[in-house]
Design a protein around this ligand. Structure first.
Ligand SMILES: CC(C)(COP(=O)(O)OP(=O)(O)OC[C@H]1O[C@@H](n2cnc3c(N)ncnc32)[C@H](O)[C@@H]1OP(=O)(O)O)[C@@H](O)C(=O)NCCC(=O)NCCS
Length: 164
């Protein structure tokens, strides 16, 4: 850098200092600086993988009691409209667990199954709607979600971001 000179700390190579001035580091520093300027911060991430068979067994055993306890009417209608409803029920189960992990409170605290609802937009993209105590705990926050299915398993990945 023209006009700027500094002494390298003992044991540090020039390449290390260049790394500190690199794009990833600057992106990190920018993210951190949002603390001061009122930006968006990632406050939690969560992932969950579920065997579809496990959900199928619970639904067959406990029937509508299980469904009503875990899923909203919108979710039940969506899953039942699909060729393989169990895959979609399992994905929503995984989504709720992933969000609970991102909340850091797990099963305790403010998490309740039906307070986290997965609603697909017209393109199929899943969005998360929050209700009750979970919505209160996540004021000024937004949950981002991605789902994927295989024949036997589903995976959900959730990110909670918060407006500072
Ligand atoms: C989105 C898409 C790639 C899903 O891929 P897939 O291998 O068939 O299915 P997966 O098992 O990996 O994922 C299924 C999940 O993807 C999610 N999904 C569907 N459409 C989506 C979209 N437009 N954007 C983000 N996620 C989407 C849903 O959550 C779905 O699960 P659900 O129905 O239980 O909610 C596929 O549906 C597609 O090609 N859609 C059209 C193109 C498109 O909209 N692409 C967006 C990403 S570039």
């Amino acid at each position: 850098m023209a006009g700027v000179s500094f002494n390298l700390p003992a044991g540090r190579e020039k390449e290390e200092v260049e790394t500190v001035l690199s794009l990833p580091y600057l992106a990190y520093a920018l993210n951190e600086s949002f603390h001061f300027f009122g930006g968006i911060m990632i406050v939690g991430i969560g992932v969950d993988i579920i065997e579809i068979e496990r959900i199928r067994a619970s639904i067959e055993r406990f029937g509508s009691t299980f469904l009503q306890k875990l899923f909203t009417d919108t979710e039940i209608t969506y899953c039942r409209s699909k060729k393989n409803p169990m895959q979609h029920f399992a994905a929503r189960f995984a989504a709720k667990e992933a969000v609970s992990k991102a909340l850091a409170t797990g099963w305790a605290g403010e998490f309740q199954w039906k307070n986290v609802e997965v609603v697909n937009d017209p393109s199929g993209k899943p969005n998360v709607k929050l209700y009750g105590s979970t919505a209160e705990a996540l004021q000024h926050s937004r949950v981002l979600l991605s789902l994927s299915h295989s024949d036997t398993s589903v995976i959900a990945f959730a990110v909670i971001e918060k407006k500072e």
